[in-house]
Ligand binder design. Structure first.
Ligand code: GTR
Length: 325
């Protein structure tokens, strides 16, 4: 009898331990940026929250600095469930999820405040929701400042200065079309290849925000930075729908909560990083063109809007964004 009881207790303990370990999960997360970049640190913070709340049952293992591949590959891996959590820019999602092209449209936002109001509100939620039918669950938007042009040839003050320039863009037809509308030659290329391409003159320039211009050392080889701020397209944090669907409703809500709490942390890190990157680039003696007249750039964007906001649904999304005060 006693032996039987012991056996039963042992079996119970083993099965409890097994079910605990079966539930324990460390999500694989990807980011193209290196350790220390605000997006990477925000996702790590999210992992710490999850681990604290669940006594270590849930956690995040961050593979920063392209360890799991370039952005395009990591998006494909996320859709098939090989990567659980991915922090990417909206631009490389444009070809998969048409709605993501709308906040990436050049000059769609009047200001950063306008962008926050739209992306933190109902429209932002709708765009996150649109990812789902393409195999990704949208968790949050992160800051990405403003993308502006830099190059190694001459200061850009008007679209005419860009004529014939080879400008690298992300893997997005929207950005290709934008460069073409400005008279430049667009060269889509993965982020990790840009430094070498700038250095060897394969391309003349690229476009990005202050922290990326600085962290990638592009500023060392492309000395002219024109603050035309053509795109305020944010970063987005997504989870593989395959991973998501296997989770309990409780764990799903913990993940949503942790992602939401990582946003203000990211925003603070971001603001500090913009300042330190700007100071570093200025100290290097780069020529910063701050007083650029944006109007001629804006005026060239008609065909881009026609093509990427062509359907009635997307057109109405543009109008709703513009109507946000
Ligand atoms: C950065 C963004 C990256 C990547 C990169 C690029 O601003 O944070 O996710 O999209 O731009 O230009 O490829």
């Amino acid at each position: 009898m006693r032996v039987q009881l012991k056996k039963t207790l042992l079996a119970l303990a083993v099965s409890a331990a097994l079910s605990l370990s079966a539930q324990a999960q460390e999500f694989r997360a990807a980011d193209t940026h290196a350790d220390g970049y605000p997006t990477v640190e925000a996702v790590k913070y999210m992992g710490t929250l999850l681990s604290d709340w669940t006594g270590g049952r849930l956690g995040i293992k961050m593979f920063a600095g392209r360890q799991l591949g370039e952005e395009k590959d990591t998006i494909e891996q996320t859709i098939v469930g090989a990567i659980d959590i991915n922090r990417v820019n909206l631009a490389p999602l444009n070809g998969i999820v048409p709605e993501t092209a709308i906040p990436a449209l050049p000059y769609i936002f009047r200001s950063t405040e306008h962008m926050y109001k739209v992306m933190d509100g109902e429209i932002g939620q709708e765009i996150l929701g649109a990812l789902e039918k393409h195999g990704m669950v949208g968790l949050a938007f992160y800051d990405s400042g403003a993308r502006s042009f830099y190059n190694s040839v001459r200061p850009i003050r008007s679209p005419a200065d860009m004529k014939g320039m080879k400008i690298r863009v992300q893997n997005s037809d929207l950005f290709v079309a934008t460069m073409e509308a400005l008279g430049a030659n667009a060269t889509p290329m993965e982020f990790g290849q840009v430094f070498e391409a700038l250095k060897t003159g394969v391309i003349d320039g690229a476009e990005n925000n202050w922290p990326s211009y600085e962290s990638t050392r592009h500023f060392e080889v492309a000395k002219y930075y024109t603050l035309d701020q053509h795109s305020l397209s944010p970063e987005v944090l997504v989870m593989s729908k395959i991973t998501w669907d296997k989770l309990s409703a409780t764990d799903q809500s913990l993940i949503r909560k942790a992602a939401a709490l990582s946003v203000p942390v990211m925003r603070e890190l971001w603001n500090a990083r913009v300042e330190s990157s700007r100071a570093k680039v200025k100290a290097a003696g780069n020529e910063i063109i701050e007083d650029v007249d944006k109007q001629p750039f804006i005026d060239a964007m008609g065909p881009v809007y026609e093509r990427f906001a062509g359907t009635p649904e997307l057109k109405s999304l543009v109008e709703r964004i513009q109507a946000v005060k």
